[in-house]
Write a protein that binds this ligand. Structure first.
Ligand code: FE2
Ligand code: FE2
Length: 234
């Protein structure tokens, strides 16, 4: 497993810092000194704790499933809306985990490759159902059954992450690094696709995420800009 120490902003030249500030669109960058650029980039890196952020997203997803389960078996506009919300939230959540969180676990913790592989397969299984639901409405005979099966797969997956993976991430990755990852995840979430693509590759190139503070986001942005289909290989 990679254990390389990320380069710090302090080690970078002003030109390198400026280039990074330009990519990340930091206000007033041209008038900032080297130290000020370091401070501005560090401030930009401060995000929510990555694990807390994912837990919030899990809760939101559970709320949508719970509301759906309370509705009658008859077709309704609210059922269609809820499935649309589930598609957007689940696809973006999976994307952020696949592009930022899981690669960080793979590169910064040892012994988790099999677990991450299983997680990716569960994402894939859920995304196949999401892709079908994306073209269905609540008047379809099997709509409720598909949502029910989706709920079973997703609930099992969220529980495993919460009970097994997340506590170990909290032990192995310090809070500062978790906040850097959180910042990258917030940015990635904004630009992540919101519709399912179950056959797109689900992992970025190896070690893409290791490296400079903030590099996670820059890498993610590059991957998303170029389109995962063409950049990534299974
Ligand atoms: Fe996941
Ligand atoms: Fe998750």
């Amino acid at each position: 497993m990679a254990t390389e120490t990320p380069t710090t902003y302090e080690d970078m030249s002003r030109e390198e810092l400026y280039e990074l500030a330009q990519e990340r669109d930091i206000d007033g960058r041209s008038s900032l000194s080297k130290d000020e650029l370091v401070a501005a980039l560090q401030l930009e890196d401060e995000g929510p704790d990555a694990v807390e952020l994912l837990l919030e997203q899990h809760d939101r997803i559970r709320d949508f499933f719970d509301e759906f389960a309370e509705l009658s078996s008859r077709p309704s506009k609210r059922k269609d809306e809820l499935v649309d919300l589930l598609i957007t939230h689940l696809v973006k959540h999976a994307e952020v985990e696949e592009l930022v969180f899981y690669p960080a676990v793979r590169s910064e913790m040892s012994g988790f490759d099999a677990e991450i592989d299983e997680d990716l397969e569960e994402h894939h299984a859920a995304e196949l159902l999401l892709a079908e639901l994306d073209h269905m409405s609540s008047d379809h005979d099997r709509f409720d059954a598909k949502v029910l099966v989706l709920r079973e797969i997703v609930t099992h997956h969220l529980q495993e992450e919460e009970q097994d993976l997340f506590p170990k991430v909290r032990e192995a990755i310090d809070q500062q690094r978790r906040r850097q990852l959180g910042a990258a995840m917030v940015r990635a979430h904004k630009i992540a696709p919101s519709r399912p693509h179950p056959f797109s590759p689900d992992e970025p190139p190896a070690n893409l995420i290791a490296g400079l503070p903030g590099a996670a986001y820059d890498a993610v942005k590059g991957v998303l800009r170029a389109g995962k289909r063409t950049v990534l290989r299974r």
